[in-house]
Design a protein around this ligand. Structure first.
Ligand code: TYM
Length: 333
């Protein structure tokens, strides 16, 4: 890794099954950007425990996610691919940043309010502190760009605020990061309720296409996707949210522009359109699934990747943390 390249940072939580929204929103973007940046891609297992997890499942999903990143095209030789809890600086910087973050700000975060409502029996401090840990993740690496889906906008904003607050209190310490969204696919919506984002934890799994769904399941889910009564394949998110969502998915998976995607279905019916979207998605997922399974059978390889990734990450993170400790007055030997 070269120190003078701009830095890209992103992460995904190893919770539930990943959807095509997780792939389209950030992961596909990572692969296209990994050559131009110093990339740090983490498995956010510390974020995952803000909602109660089954320990054996969490361990397994962590490894599955690492294999998935690589199967999707993330090159561990070019990037630092690591597990968040393997780099202790994340927790340490989070603690310092907590003292630069106000309780009121955290209470107002949309995702906190949403998750608190869904997990009313476990509104723990970690759930509230989630954005500060995410700020620590990003700021530790002097990150320039954070490729994420649109649902993470508020979290990247607060990371910027915290960075600026710290920089103003002392001297410039953190790079102030920018979020990066895909032009198409920054918010993939539920197939049955296109007003909502497609989510790993949706109540009805038929509205979400999971990355490990088999071909028949993918085709069945697209066949049942909600459209409208207009019978025209046109991109118009306001008036035709279901069709526009399907067009976005088709555009990303077929690597065509929205206009080209529209042209492919000019004069065709919704049945044919939905089948074609399902096919292009299933065709793309099959090799990823095969590669992921192959990688999961070689645990030594994956462990090697994670060890090297954590070392690269810790080197960069340690430098930032030591600067921070100096500025705030922690005595260092
Ligand atoms: P998580 O695990 O909820 O989601 C992972 C990524 O997937 C994106 N995403 C979507 N994009 C488009 N359409 C959708 N329907 C969709 N659903 C999810 C999310 O925006 C995200 O980019 N807090 C993060 C994980 C994290 C992180 C970080 C990200 C921890 N530390 C530092 C960036 C930088 C999260 O919950 O991701």
């Amino acid at each position: 890794m070269e120190e003078n390249k701009a830095v890209l940072y992103s992460a995904v939580q190893p919770t539930n099954k990943l959807t095509i929204g997780n792939y389209i929103g950030p992961i596909k973007n990572w692969v296209s950007l990994q050559n131009g940046y110093d990339c740090f891609f983490a498995v956010a297992n510390m974020h995952a425990i803000t909602v109660r997890q089954n320990p054996a499942e969490l361990r397994q999903r962590t490894l599955e996610l690492v294999a998935l990143y690589i199967a999707c095209g993330v090159d561990p030789e070019k990037c630092a691919l690591y597990v968040q809890s393997h780099v202790h600086e994340h927790a340490e910087l989070c603690w310092v940043l907590n003292t630069f973050t106000y309780v009121g700000e955290m209470e107002r975060m949309t995702q906190f309010k949403d998750k608190a409502a869904r997990h009313a029996d476990n509104i723990n401090m970690g759930l509230m502190d989630y954005p500060v840990l995410m700020a620590a993740d990003i700021l530790l690496y002097q990150t320039d760009l954070v490729p994420v889906g649109l649902d993470q906008r508020q979290h990247v904003e607060i990371a910027r605020d915290i960075a600026q607050r710290f920089n103003n209190a002392y001297t410039p310490t953190f790079k102030v990061p920018e979020a990066l969204y895909m032009k198409v696919g920054a918010k993939i919506c539920d197939l049955l309720e296109p007003a909502k984002k497609m989510s790993k934890s949706a109540e009805n799994p038929n509205g979400s296409v999971f990355l490990n769904d088999d071909r028949d399941t993918v085709l069945r889910k697209f066949k049942r996707a909600v459209t409208d009564s207009d019978a025209q394949v046109k991109f118009d998110p306001e008036n035709k949210p279901g069709v526009s969502n399907l067009l976005s998915i088709y555009s990303v998976f077929s690597e065509k522009s929205i206009a080209e995607a529209e042209a492919d279905f000019a004069g065709k019916g919704y049945g044919e359109f939905k089948l074609a979207v399902g096919e292009v998605v299933a065709d793309k997922l099959a090799p990823i699934q095969r590669e992921q399974a192959k990688l999961l059978a070689d645990k030594d390889y994956l462990n090697g990747v994670l060890k090297a990734g954590a070392e690269k990450a810790a080197f960069r993170a340690g430098k930032t943390l030591s600067k921070v400790y100096k500025k705030i007055g922690f005595y260092q030997i």
